[in-house]
Design a protein around this ligand. Sequence first.
Ligand SMILES: Nc1ncnc2c1ncn2[C@@H]1O[C@H](COP(=O)(O)OP(=O)(O)OP(=O)(O)O)[C@@H](O)[C@H]1O
Length: 310
Amino acid sequence: MILKINNLVKRYKDVLAVDNASISIAEGEIYGLLGPNGAGKTTLISTILGLTKYDEGSIEIFGKDLKKNEYEIKKEIGIVPQDLAIYLDLTAYENVEYFGRLYGLRGNLLKERIEEALNFTGLWDRRKDVPKKFSGGMKRRLNIACAVMHHPKLIIMDEPTVGIDPQSRNLILDSVVKLNKMGSTIIYTSHYMEEVEAICSNITIIDHGRVIAKGTKEELKSMISFEERLAIDISSVNFNLVDGLKKVIGVKECSLNGNKLLIISEKNANNLSRIIDVILKMDVEIKGLNIEKPTLEGVFLTLTGRSLRD
Ligand SMILES: Nc1ncnc2c1ncn2[C@@H]1O[C@H](COP(=O)(O)OP(=O)(O)OP(=O)(O)O)[C@@H](O)[C@H]1O
């Protein structure tokens, strides 16, 4: 395991920010930490980085106790914080160079890594510009270039796509996948479930400082996929249709709302072709069909009764 958090507790006076959390992350993963604002993601990350002291539990990184090996461990971690950590008066190139020197890189290796980091964040052509002239998304990308240019074993990204344009967002998501392929394990925190769904292999969902669910995307979704929902737009209303569809094996419920049929079937009913057959035999045309799949947002909603978004 690259990171092992056991029964971690962190209190800020009366606020229990992390409540007995246990998380294990294997090498090579893009691991998603998903939770709404205030769930405790940032606190969890600062304890992993040794920036915030915790009250109970333990943290092991690269198989070593964090408290006893903090300096050695931190050298191998790259952090992309929520707040920008770049120098607005230095050029993009000088910013990455500055961090490279801090990590102890010199000479040709330093030059290679600067070029690599600026290229894969899409900023090489803007290397001579100062970030004062950059958009929010470009500044965020420069932040990433600075944080990862030393090829750390573990990269922690704290909501790197909040409030930025879609082009920068896509570039950042692509660069996360590239960094992972280049050998880094990545912890990615977000409250955008579609991002976590797109890039993460394993996910922990936290709420009010507690781990409320963890597993692969499929495992999490199967927690709520005890039924399958199908919405069908039809050309004309035929009331015999609902009765006919209710007789199809596996159909639990069928209702008609205007020209839209909603059919709920048991999980793995495999009855789509039978359903279509029944509709077409009644001379009703199918205008559209949508199989509603379970989402991580749905998992969160089912477990907490609330949406992930503010
Ligand atoms: N320094 C602090 N002092 C007191 N309370 C704090 C402090 N930092 C965080 N908290 C509280 O701890 C809880 C967890 O906050 P945290 O910032 O870790 O959540 P988060 O999931 O990262 O949210 P966000 O996405 O908004 O950053 C919140 O209730 C927050 O108000």
